[in-house]
Design a protein around this ligand. Sequence first.
Ligand SMILES: [Zn+2]
Ligand SMILES: [Zn+2]
Length: 442
Amino acid sequence: MNLEEKALNILLNHAICDYCLGRQFSNLGTGTTNLYRGQTIKTYLAMNLSSSLSEENIQKLQILSQSGSVMAKNILRKENISPDNTQKCYICENYLDRANELVELIIPKLKDYEFRTILVGTSLPKEFHERELKNKENFDTISSEYLKQEFNRIIGKKLANKIALETDFKSPDIVIEVEPLTSSFKLRIKPLYIFGRYLKYLRTIPQTRWPCRNCKGKGCKECSNTGKRYAESVEELVEIEALNHTKGKKVTLHGAGREDIDALMLGSGRPFVMEVIAPKVRSINIKELEESTNKSTKEKIEVREYRWSSKKEIIHLKSSAKDSIKKYRALIEYDKSVSGKELRILEKEFNNRMIKQRTPDRVSHRRADKIREKKIFSIKCEIKNAEEFEAIITCDGGCYVKELISGDNGRTKPSISEILNVQAFCKELDVLEIEDKPFIDE
Ligand SMILES: [Zn+2]
Ligand SMILES: [Zn+2]
């Protein structure tokens, strides 16, 4: 079948708009649009039919007229025949005509955001695709482009005509999800990822938001209507300035592990990646952000080494946290006095020693109950007074240090309590150092 026969056959079967007819032949010709392809084919067919106005040809001109061919309508009118009305397109139901309307809705919303690249995605009910496939099968138009693609391209082009932007299929700043049937759309803004390290100088703040257990964040009497168990977190403290600079919606902090709320985070800090959700400003000065964050969070936390990061680095941080080596300072209280000699024995016992830890009671509500093997590289002790000594503990990431000290009712073996034959517990804990593995983005 040649182009002419194929096109006429398609139109004889159903009314098809110019866009959709053009798409069936999108492999033919170049430097044009499917809209113009469809128009051209219909015009050509009508011209051809007008050479002999037999009854059969007049019928065919009416078929073209039903598909909206202006040329066919004009020819019929000239013969004093009233042309058939244009019918709804079988494939797209004329929703392609709504592209302009959608673009006019999208532009003012886009103006709120700084971006360079976009990607348009269209969602249509599956019946559209089914009709399209049926048509493709019936008329063997293997090379036809899909309706969704056409929609994406038309809207992308129309937007590009009005504002400077580029299409990026891999990682666009904004994805515009359009729904032609409801003339609505959603903007999905790519988050910003910023790496940093934090130091924590208070024993009262958790790493991330901690919703009130009673109301689950809604706000109740117990939490004085804040919805939170703790007033502040590292996450919320870094968020304030990050939102000031980016005009984003929210910050999510992804830490390389986390310390207990009552543990200080010292040394060179804990690595984290903050994810700024829905930023309106992307081209921020990251050093200025770091400085203003430190000004506003003085004496609570400190941040360092801010730089651009990626989603990939979050995965690296999460997976490498358990492989990093951590150094802690613990202030340990005990119920019987311990001699310096006993502490030397303790140091020897924990020189490169593997321990077994069953998930502690205090975290069992959020962690699977299992036994973890962790290595203690060293413990160095110093007596402070009759009831306390200080220990510098170097161990594997993910080791529960408080339980290493207390023994957690035999759930951690061996423990400092067990070796010293006392009941010891951790009074204060600071993270002194985290040796993390550098992230290499291949
Ligand atoms: Zn159509
Ligand atoms: Zn509450």
